[in-house]
Design a protein around this ligand. Structure first.
Ligand code: ADP
Ligand code: MG
Length: 562
């Protein structure tokens, strides 16, 4: 007798499975994309492992994916002879969701107002292996880790628990068998036992997969069905752009990003000559759940001569562009290259510099060519991009160029700095801004009064990162950034100044008694009490010295215990 264990799904996994079983996702075909994508990853991993570990006892002679349909049993099997999983890996990888932001995603989903909103969220999250339960009421996974002998069978109907059982003679790699839902049996739309249907889905979603995806064709009388390779296997980044359709790019994006939604923008780069490489990059249409989490990843994969080397290659993109997804394929690196070596590699640094410039220039073009697209980009990623103002000196001006900010000029639409500068009034020397917790706090601040009265535009900066970069970045286009809450802000023209100087002197005399009395009364709490030209309706306001911390930064530091 073989011992069968019954284990419970982690609670987040359970919730996600419920969603899949009751399938509120409209495009069920996507389950196959997910399984093929996993199989392809497993083959990539095995090939890489066998390069790294010459002693690995694995068969790499015919790496491929096989699809098997069985109309009588109503099953579809996706099989690979890749890396496979140990028993413990099955528990860790299939029984739980390790993805960061999962809890957050499930909470948002509970609050989702309608089916469309939940669809959208599921699309942003990407469901992976569990997508199987959209079409299957039972899933069996048999796997054996390459280089080991012990196989394991995992089985579940997705309802809270799964079973595990040792398997004697499991082939290397993983086979996932879907027992298709009986209620879909009559619907030819969901006939995943039909080779024609399956071929169509593979063509549509997985054509670019670089491993052969094999399947037996339709059975014909008297003849055994022929096994054929269904996909074209062409690496998209190696094909000329005129040959590749937008749909193909989009499906490839979904494979590398694990996102279910289309990207916002596709970027291609090529370099020939002594150091040859190709890059195919994407700007996603929405921020990932973990964009601002500590354990977040950076999205670009590294290939060497078509061979997958690593995910999340942090040497290829700076932190502030961590949302960029895609592939870089370099011709002249060693297949044994490690993350540590990459950090030092001059060629990688050159690629990185070029990628950064290309991404920034793509966004710049987007600003004028497709304002709506740019607005989406900035809404989703602006906060991350602005981090670059602090550590990418080389591209600072370019980053400022593609940044936009809320402003008093328009209550709804953010402005670029270029537009701000074009609107600057005669004699205005600085780019005025104020930082704060919210737009309303800034707009109601007494500091704003004189600027509003004089018709000066003020940038309304409410992101925490704004507090940081405004101190680090001197200016844009030769104009300095000037906080309206700090130091002496000079709002008057030369003639006005002469006229007011006389009046001011008189006022200073008139109020001397009051000012010095207030200074004494407030004592240590203030440096100085003075008359101001900033205010039009409020009687008084507190002003920081030019080099003081802003109130929000002060609060941040205090919160951090400094
Ligand atoms: P993702 O692919 O986004 O990581 P999935 O839910 O699709 O999420 O898969 C979860 C994990 O299970 C994968 O990261 C991988 O480690 C493992 N896995 C899934 N399918 C296979 C497979 N065919 N071979 C080996 N490991 C697999
Ligand atoms: Mg996957």
């Amino acid at each position: 007798t073989t011992p069968i264990e019954t284990l419970e799904f982690q609670s987040e996994a359970r919730q996600l499975l419920q969603l899949m079983i009751h399938s509120i996702y409209s495009n069920k075909d996507t389950f196959l994309r997910e399984l093929v994508s996993n199989a392809s990853d497993a083959l990539d991993k095995l090939r890489l492992e066998s390069y790294r570990d010459k002693d690995l006892d694995a068969d790499t002679s015919d790496l491929h994916i096989a699809l098997e349909t069985d109309a009588a049993e109503r099953t579809l099997t996706v099989r690979d002879n890749g890396i496979g999983m140990t028993r413990d890996e099955v528990v860790a990888l299939i029984g739980t969701i390790a993805k960061s932001g999962t809890a957050d995603f499930l909470n948002k989903l509970k609050e989702a107002k309608d089916a469309a909103a939940s669809q959208d969220l599921i699309g942003q999250f990407g469901v992976g292996f569990y997508a199987s339960f959209m079409v299957a009421d039972k899933v069996t996974l048999v796997t054996r880790k390459a280089g080991t002998t012990a196989g394991v069978r995992w089985e579940s109907s997705g309802e809270g628990t799964y079973t595990l059982e040792p398997v004697e003679d499991a082939p290397q790699g993983t086979a996932v068998t879907l027992h298709l839902k009986p209620e879909d049996a009559e619907d030819h739309l969901y006939d995943y036992t039909s080779p024609a249907k399956v071929r169509e889905i593979v063509k549509k979603y997985s054509d670019f997969i670089t491993w052969p995806i094999r399947m037996a064709g339709e059975a014909t009388e008297g003849e055994e069905p022929k096994v054929e390779t269904v996909n074209s296997m062409k690496a998209l980044w190696a094909r000329s752009s005129s040959e590749v359709t937008e749909d193909e790019y989009h499906e490839f994006y979904k494979h590398v990003s694990h996102d279910w939604q289309d990207p916002l923008e596709t970027i291609r780069l090529q370099a020939e000559g002594t150091f040859e490489y190709q890059a195919l990059l994407f700007l996603p249409s929405h921020a990932p759940m973990d964009l601002f989490l500590r354990e977040r990843k950076r999205g670009v994969q590294l290939y060497v001569k078509r061979v997958f080397i690593m995910d999340d290659c942090e040497s290829l993109v700076p932190e502030y562009l961590r949302f960029v997804k895609g592939v870089v394929d370099a011709q002249d690196l060693s297949l044994n290259v490690s993350r540590e070596i990459l950090q030092q590699d001059r060629q990688i640094q050159l690629i990185r510099r070029r990628l950064v410039k290309k991404v920034l220039s793509t966004v710049k073009t987007m600003m004028t060519a497709d304002a709506e697209k740019y607005a989406t980009f900035w809404r989703e990623f602006g906060r991350a991009v602005k981090e670059g103002l602090l550590d990418d000196f080389e591209n600072r001006e370019a980053i400022l160029e593609i940044s936009s900010f809320a402003s008093t000029h328009d209550a709804e639409k953010p402005t670029s700095l270029r537009e701000y500068v074009e609107r600057m009034k005669n004699g205005q020397e600085h780019i005025y801004f104020m930082t704060g917790e919210s737009r309303s706090a800034i707009e109601n601040s007494p500091h704003m009064e004189a600027f509003r009265a004089k018709g000066f535009e003020v940038l309304v900066l409410t992101d925490p990162i704004d507090e940081m970069w405004v101190d680090a970045v001197p200016g844009f286009d030769g104009k300095q950034f000037q906080s309206i809450a700090k130091g002496q802000v000079d709002l008057e023209s030369d003639e006005d100044k002469k006229a007011t100087e006389v009046a001011r002197e008189q006022q200073n005399k008139d109020f001397e008694g009051l000012l010095s009395w207030m200074g004494t009364a407030l004592g240590e709490d203030v440096k100085e009490v003075r008359l101001s030209s900033r205010l039009t309706t409020s009687p008084a306001c507190i002003v920081g010295d030019t080099h003081d911390l802003s109130p929000t930064l002060e609060k941040m530091y205090r919160a951090m215990g400094q």
